[in-house]
Design a protein around this ligand. Sequence first.
Ligand code: CP
Length: 316
Amino acid sequence: MDTKFQWRHKHLIGLAELSRQEIEFILDTAKGFEEFSTRSVKKAPTLRGKVVVNMFFEDSTRTRNSFTLAANRLSADVIEFTKTSSSVNKGETLIDTARNLEAMGVDIVVIRHSAGGAPKLLSRSINACVVNAGDGFHEHPTQALLDIYTIRQVRGSLDGLTVGIVGDIAHSRVARSNIYAMTKLGAKVILIGPPTLMPAGISQLGVRVSHNLDEVIEELDVINMLRIQFERLGGNLFPSVREYSHFFGLTVDRMKRAKKDIVVMHPGPINRGVEIESEVADGPNSVILQQVSNGVAVRMAVLFLVNQATAIQINE
Ligand code: CP
């Protein structure tokens, strides 16, 4: 870890705008928080007196609860905002909602929203720090950070690794954040999926594109299986779920052709039997639950750093 490096971002909107050094600094900071989960007293006073609000306009199990746990472990007070029981249902705007929460003393807003750009908009409209917990098809930066953290834990580094990201690239904010960060950290990224789920021009991001998992599976050191986002698929983008699984599902049979030590990842929630067979998801190569565990340390690091950037600005 570079001890002279000074973190200066008050918001975490995406990984596209971060350098390799900045991404590595977050991961190294997370390493310092990893051992918290094994302590008998799992708390640090780092964010004592600070208030974090979780503003989730979309469903979440992993991201929301790990941000809550991360904030609790740093001794922050946490407000759980839910759209379904809020005055958003009476027509209050996103910005008015956030400004009203800020008026109660909120220091950090963690936001998930179906509209790409919502966290950026908030960051320009309020004084609190803003952390993107997933916005539309845009980015899911903390998911990619925990993915990369997990790969580093298993393999030491991303330099020279070939990572396959399989599935619905077009609708995936996880894929975008992974692409930005993994290519910066030295991995070769292959996007694999049907042409209808592959955005035009995506290879300009420095990745290879394949429409045939069987042709590339032997090359992969890491395979990240994306969830088919049934809630976002407008039309019939593939003929049937059965056909999709046949060509792009990670099955026990396909695993026989993969490298013995291939690292199997999935951001969750899993559609078992669609993008991945249960035997593979729960098998010896899977790090899926390790990803979830690492999410807490990574989110502690993000909350700690954005708050620190605010303190630096006040002092300067
Ligand atoms: N990976 C992920 O974002 O999961 P949740 O939707 O449960 O937060």
